[in-house]
Write a protein that binds this ligand. Structure first.
Ligand code: G6P
Length: 513
């Protein structure tokens, strides 16, 4: 397994002593159980710069730290990953920054990860590369180790071509990804955006979810199943680009939700909040994609309109610190905290604050207690690959009540169809949904929640990884050797004649839809 972050974080205390802690984030939560049950090595960054560390065994997972220098932390991680790709892939909610030296650093660090995997993986092993920080690794790894089966999973959205095309290094990124045998996305729309980018940039043939990627051949190609050698058609390698919506370890959440200590903690939270009639909850990394500002605006207006009263309803907003050295994130924090302060100042009283704002990360047990204490969960992301918090809330609600207000722009909306789906940009619509959630009869809550629970328990993280790995096994068994390309469906010359004026690649892409 390769991911930017290891499942453990190296923490250096002020007195210089070092220790390991679990790193937060959906990715880690999702993958840990799979790694433990299957054995294997996890290659990643331990969360501190300029701190080379030796590989070690952590609870049955072999950990291989990749060191980043302080400059790489700034250029590859904070810069290219989180100030170029992150905003670009999330519908340019924030303006992406393009710097050539950030890109150079991204290439260098991706090469380091690829080299580490090439040195670690056994002959014929399966390597699974995670997320947007490492999009060049599949190609770099295939060049060194053609024996490996390589999967890639993109945890964040893949943008429409009109947006992706901004990226000065768009061809290198797509080429990098096409080094994998299977490229997984969260939603069908993301996979579609990717295959469209492949057609527009390279003109490769795509058949549904399969992209035929030309393979350079040293000599004449032998067609499998025949004795003929053909020189006329280029060989291709099929690459599957498909959606595999990620999920959570649902049973472990349900178990925690039955734990008497956690149940008691949930009661305590409600008591500490002054036993309001309704507790609303938001749990997010403090990120501009999460629509926290939109949620606060809607909540503040509902209080101003008198449709909600602080005596009845409290909003608990957990905003865990994230990427705090990136300027856009620093601005966001100021903006959110200003809004929280204003709303609390305008509507709070000595005995009731409108918003309980917590700028901390919490352990899983406390998150479950918060979910149990909450009558309404607000997920109002402006764009989100999946949003595992929505699934976590559902998994903890074993009394089948509680209302999930869920943004249409989160990947989870494709699966959790009985949530109250909202467009967070439509503040009036969001306000109506919040009131509807507060007033929803228990029977309706249970009907909606049961359908969502069915989905979350049937499609858990084990099923996600099984389906990805099984597609990886299947496609690889068909491609032990390169196979010849199908006859092209569209003749380039024809398209060019019809489409004079467009570039060959654009014309070919358009002709294939
Ligand atoms: C998202 C990304 C992950 C990332 C996580 C936390 O979920 O998809 O790859 O690890 O955010 O962000 P960070 O930059 O702190 O690793």
């Amino acid at each position: 397994m390769l991911s930017n972050r290891l499942p453990v974080d190296r923490v250096i205390a002020d007195d210089g002593t070092a220790s390991w802690t679990h790193s937060p984030g959906g990715l880690v939560t999702a993958l840990e159980p799979i790694m433990r049950s299957n054995g294997g090595a996890w290659i990643g960054w331990p969360g501190v710069a300029d701190h080379p560390l030796e590989p070690f065994d952590s609870d049955g997972i072999w950990i291989i730290p990749v060191d980043l220098t302080a400059r790489e932390l700034e250029y590859y991680y904070e810069g290219f990953s989180n100030d170029t790709l992150w905003p670009l892939y999330h519908d340019v909610i924030a303006q992406p920054t393009y710097h050539r030296d950030w890109w150079d650093s991204y290439v260098e660090v991706n090469q380091r990860f690829a080299d580490a995997a090439a040195a670690t993986a056994a002959e014929g092993a399966t390597v699974w590369v995670q997320d947007y920080q490492l999009q060049l690794v599949p190609k770099m790894l295939r060049e060194q180790r053609p024996d490996l089966t390589i999967g890639f999973f993109n945890h964040i959205p893949f943008p429409p071509y009109g947006i992706f095309a901004q990226l000065p290094w768009r061809t290198q990124i797509v080429e990098g990804l096409l080094g994998a045998d299977v490229i997984g996305f969260q939603r069908a729309a993301d996979a579609g955006n990717f295959t469209r980018a492949v057609r527009r940039l390279f003109g490769y043939i795509t058949r549904g979810a399969v992209v035929d990627v030309p393979v350079e051949q040293a000599g004449p190609l032998r067609v499998p199943g025949t004795k003929r050698a053909r020189n006329s058609l280029p060989a291709t390698r099929p690459v599957l680009a498909k959606h595999f919506p990620i999920s959570i370890d649902s049973r472990s959440y349900e178990e925690l939700a039955r734990d008497p200590e956690i149940l008691e903690r949930a009661q305590q939270i409600r008591r500490d909040l002054g036993n309001p009639k309704v507790v609303m909850l938001g749990v997010d990394r403090l990120d501009y994609t999460k629509g926290i500002g939109h949620r606060l605006k809607a909540f503040g207006e509902l209080l101003a309109d008198g449709r909600l009263r602080v005596e009845d309803v409290t909003l608990v907003q957990v905003a865990s610190p994230s990427r705090e050295r990136v300027e856009t994130y620093r601005h966001l924090r100021d903006e959110i905290e200003l809004t929280v302060g204003r709303i609390n100042g305008d509507f709070g009283s000595i005995s009731h604050s409108a918003i309980n704002y917590l700028h901390h990360g919490y352990p899983r047990e406390e998150m479950v207690a918060l979910c149990l204490a909450a009558d309404v969960m607000l997920v109002t992301a402006l764009r989100d690959g999946m949003n595992l918090v929505a699934k976590e809330y559902v998994a903890t609600r074993n009394t089948d009540d509680g209302v999930l207000v869920l943004s249409e722009f989160a990947g989870a909306a494709d699966e959790l169809k009985t949530a109250l789906l909202v467009n967070p940009h439509d503040i009036d619509g969001l306000k109506d949904a919040m009131v509807r959630a507060v007033e929803m009869p228990r029977r309706e809550q249970q009907k909606r929640m049961r359908a969502m629970r069915k989905r979350v328990f049937e499609y858990d993280v084990a099923r996600w990884s099984d389906s990805f790995l099984s597609e990886l096994g299947t496609i690889r068994s068909h491609t032990g050797a390169a196979i010849p390309a199908a006859e092209p469906v569209v003749d380039l010359e024809d398209v060019l004649e019809q489409d004079a004026g467009t570039t060959p690649v654009e014309a070919l892409g358009d002709a294939r839809g």
